[in-house]
Ligand binder design. Sequence first.
Ligand code: GLN
Length: 313
Amino acid sequence: MPHLQEILPKLVSSLAARSDRGSVATYIPELAKVDPTKFGIAVATLAGSVVAAGNADELFSIQSISKVFTLALALGKCGDMLWTRVGREPSGNRFNSIVQLEYEKGVPRNPFVNAGALVVTDSLLAGHEPREVIGEILRFVRFLADDDTISVNRAVAASEQSTASRNMALAHYMHSFGNLQHAPQRVLGTYVHHCAIDMNCRQLAAAGLFLAAGGRNPLTGHSVISPLRARRINALMLTCGHYDASGDFAFRVGIPSKSGVGGGILGIVPGVASVAVWSPGLDSSGNSHLGTIALEELVQAMDWSVFAPRAHA
Ligand code: GLN
């Protein structure tokens, strides 16, 4: 097997030379300030090593990648009842689309589009105040990454909150169908805070490793979720993790993964590794442009596609 220690620095230098970097998200003003030339990558393996290159120690806004962590928490809390409120199908629409919600009576297609993630956040609020739930999500992410320094970037949360009309509209719309049990303002406030968690590539790769290892983090030995639940979250990441570009991502890369508008992508290679990549410029679907290319090249070099006809060891 080729060595990650050689592949990752090569990837960093070949991508640094590219002029097509996509565009940083501007609808959250704080994210528009991020330097588009940044690029980081880290791979955490089941064998216990973490290999990183580029700006892998710099913090970025994980945004929608947090939806993977809130989904794992919500399933722990509500079990399969959650699936009565949110579907498990790719949407074929943009991450913040409202159009499907009317046809489907306020039940979002999947937990990774914004509407679905708002339902997941609403389910976490049952019996709790928003600040308690934000604390619970943060503690869970710190536990997964085994790193207590991880925190919420208040400036990013406030910035999103001030421009969140569309997400607010989604929340109100679902509330009108009775599919939000808390006031839209409280759900949205909790949601923007979990999206505003800052992490670096090393922390994110470590935090995702439980999904590559049947629900147990091999770095810490902690059991997080059952093997069946890990498998199912991976299935949703593969089919829905990149919104309306999920099919294209499966075609080009071929591993479960979740993107965020901060330019991060968390990719899972079941049985082998977890990969975090960060490049702030986005493509037209709102996924990291160079991050996708980096994963495409890495998975190709390592023969890590889940569709490859052999054991991934
Ligand atoms: N917080 C962002 C939003 O709701 C997350 C979107 C994303 O990362 N795709 O718009």
